[in-house]
Design a protein around this ligand. Structure first.
Ligand code: BES
Ligand code: ZN
Ligand code: ZN
Length: 502
């Protein structure tokens, strides 16, 4: 069930929700209430309590207080906004985070009112986006008990002076971005027993049915073999669950640009015959997070009606060991005719992605962006909340801007050409492994080899997003980020495509 948003008047007296939520800033001299629409007396009364209640205003701190006279809301809730932001981006980030954190921490309430310092449509969108992200909840495959059936927050009122079409559009955009991200999270969390290439392809096919401008084509295993997709077919050959490639086409009227999005969809990565140790295998249902983001980004782009043609490629396979599985030293022929020596079957992501990127190049899009949980090295370099960004500088800049607007953090890594030689092999055009140090960049260089040329004979502009770190949260939830799948990258892709509509 999706959240319902409504703009509310700043006269709080008539608003009958379960909670009125106001912000608190942290500061060196203690916490202060963020601008709100309480009466001066009430605000002063609450402010005087902050110290004794140990309210610091730090991010994720939520304090419930009895309701106040100024509003009909059942309780007053204080949510931390951290230090007051220095610029608009910091303020927007803090609002998105606080709105999400509050909704996540109030699962027993149904209707809440935010009275936060929201003065621009960007801030309004961020509150709606964050609240939607914070409302994400799942029972997974647990037996349903009465306790687990709490629906959580359903309705969110946002008090502000904003009104009219632009404000309504901001709410709608925040909701669509949030639901797209939540959709990707849901897919990541499905156990690999239940989500494998065939079921993933079914989900994709069903989801596009309601959207007349989006079509889905599924290549099954035989079609992959016939079509020369040696990477996807090869990685998937060791599993009884055969691989698939899904191509999603969104073709709106009047589009001036065509963006290709390629996602890694390894529904489980055991490492294959180069088997992973048990401890590194237990999060590997997340190895299809890139494909989940591409799928939900394409759906959201269509829902928003963005005037940009988009093709999404979901490169789906299960990487298993066994009698039919790839061996180290096997050689594969990829979609573009190039040959690859498989030196490590755990470097499977680049094999499926190479085919996706090669196929994407055939339709000569203006730009290709690929997104993949590709390397442990990207996590080692940038941690769990920042994705690695590689590729052409103009595209990187666009991705950075799109990510910033989505509250998703990227940091560029260089593609140093000296590393290419480490993938040389006497038996094929390239090997799927090279120099150990810098292996996030080695993987990026490998993918770049499969980016084709455009009409002018130039390599198609391209960027590569390695989301191995931020795709999955093994720790406690924070802000609007839940445990397990985070949906990271989905909103970036939507914003990235939107940048071609201008
Ligand atoms: N799926 C993994 C990368 C990964 C690791 C994603 C941890 C999320 C969390 C990928 O297929 C892999 O195993 N990469 C290897 C490549 C190596 C064998 C060249 C890696 O990074 O160790
Ligand atoms: Zn792997
Ligand atoms: Zn993998």
């Amino acid at each position: 069930m999706s959240l319902t948003f409504a703009l509310a008047p700043t006269d709080l007296s008539a608003l009958e929700s379960d909670a009125l939520i106001i912000g608190v800033y942290s500061g060196e001299d203690g916490a202060t209430l963020a601008p709100n629409h309480l009466s001066e007396d009430t605000a002063e009364g609450v402010s005087e309590l902050l110290e004794i209640l140990n309210v610091t205003g730090s991010a994720d701190q939520l304090v419930r207080l009895p309701g106040v006279e100024d509003s009909e809301a059942g309780i007053l809730v204080l949510i931390g906004l951290g230090a007051p932001g220095e610029d608009e981006t910091e303020r927007v980030d803090a609002l998105r985070y606080a709105a999400g954190s509050a909704v996540r921490q109030l699962p027993d309430l149904e209707e809440v009112t935010f009275d936060l310092p929201v003065t621009t449509t960007r801030e309004l969108e961020a509150v709606a986006f964050g609240a939607t992200l914070g409302s994400f909840s799942e029972e997974g495959l647990k037996v349903k008990s009465a306790d687990s059936l709490k629906p959580g927050v359903q309705t969110v009122l946002i008090a502000s002076e904003l009104e009219g079409d632009s404000a309504e559009e901001a709410l709608e955009r925040g909701l669509i971005l949030g639901e797209a991200t939540n959709g990707a999270r849901t897919l990541v969390n499905v156990p690999p027993s239940h989500l494998y290439p065939e079921t993933f392809a079914e989900v994709a096919t069903e989801l596009v049915e309601d959207l007349p401008e989006v079509s889905a084509r599924v290549y099954d295993y035989d079609q992959l073999l016939e079509g020369g997709f040696g990477g996807i077919a090869g990685v998937g050959q060791g599993s009884v669950r055969k691989p698939a490639l899904v191509v999603l086409e969104y073709r709106p009227e009047g589009a001036q640009h065509h963006v290709a999005l390629v996602g890694k969809g390894i529904t489980f990565d055991t490492g294959g015959n180069s088997l992973k140790p048990a401890a590194s295998m237990t999060t590997m249902k997340c190895d299809m997070a890139g494909a989940a983001s591409v799928l939900h980004a394409v759906l959201a782009i269509a829902e928003l009606g963005l005037p940009v043609a988009v093709t999404g490629y979901l490169c789906l396979a299960e990487n298993m060991p066994g009698g039919y599985a790839l061996r180290p030293e096997d050689v594969l022929t990829m979609r573009d005719g190039r040959t690859v020596e498989v030196l490590n079957t755990d470097a499977e992501g680049r094999l499926v992605m190479a085919d996706g990127i090669a196929l994407a190049s055939e339709s000569q899009p203006d730009v290709i962006v690929d997104i993949a949980t590709l390397t442990g090295a990207a996590m080692a370099a940038l941690g769990l909340r920042t994705a690695a960004l590689m590729g052409d500088s103009e595209i990187r800049t666009r991705v950075l801007d799109a990510g910033e607007a989505a509250g998703e953090d990227y940091w560029p890594l260089p593609l140093k050409s000296y590393l290419r030689a480490s993938m040389n092999t006497p038996v094929a055009d390239i090997a799927n492994m090279g120099e150990r140090y810098g292996s996030a960049m080695v993987a990026g260089l490998f993918l770049r080899e499969f980016v084709g040329k455009n009409d002018q004979g130039e390599r198609i502009p391209w960027a590569h997003l390695d989301i191995a770190g931020p795709a999955f949260n093994e720790k406690a939830p924070y802000g609007y980020t839940p445990k397990e799948g985070t949906g990271f990258g989905t909103a970036t892709l939507v914003n990235f495509v939107a940048s071609y509509a201008e």
